[in-house]
Ligand binder design. Structure first.
Ligand code: FES
Length: 149
């Protein structure tokens, strides 16, 4: 399972591949929003642009799903690593800085510390197709190799 390492909060959270980053953060009590977002956010529709996060460290660019069309428009003038949490699906383990627009004391030290402990890679591809144990044990497999009669 992928791990989201929330650098600002110093917290690792496991999630299922394909889970929405905003939903995972809110479920785990991570504060995604600044004052404006707390007072009124769009609930995850990609309209209020208050759920900024930044993908940091050695995270793979494919750790999150590609930017959506909404993000391309809304994040036009923002740094490349910024995402809207409500639009991002977690594909692999990732280091994330919430509220990147807000200063962070000792940012470099925190990031260095967060990057030291290795993250589990998570699945290599998404969606993950797993074989049910019943399918592996069924029959001796010869029928599958022979093809249709
Ligand atoms: S919650 Fe409004 S843009 Fe993400």
């Amino acid at each position: 399972m992928p791990v989201i390492r929330f650098v600002r909060e110093g917290q690792d959270v496991e999630c299922y591949p394909g889970e929405n980053l905003r939903e995972v953060a809110l479920r785990e009590g991570i504060e995604l929003y600044g004052l404006k977002g707390k007072l009124g956010n769009c609930g995850g529709c990609g309209q209020c642009i208050t759920c900024f996060v930044e993908v940091v460290g050695e995270s793979s660019p494919s750790s999150l799903s590609p930017r959506t069309g909404v993000e391309e428009r809304k994040l036009e003038r923002r740094p490349e690593g910024w995402r809207l949490a409500c639009q991002a699906l977690v594909q692999q383990s990732v280091l994330v800085l919430t509220r990147p627009q807000v200063g962070l004391a000792d940012a470099e030290a925190l990031l260095a510390a967060a990057s030291q402990a290795p993250l589990p890679a998570g699945p290599t591809a998404w969606p993950v197709v797993e074989t049910a144990p019943d399918e592996e044990e069924a029959g001796d497999g010869e029928a599958d190799l022979q093809g249709p009669a």
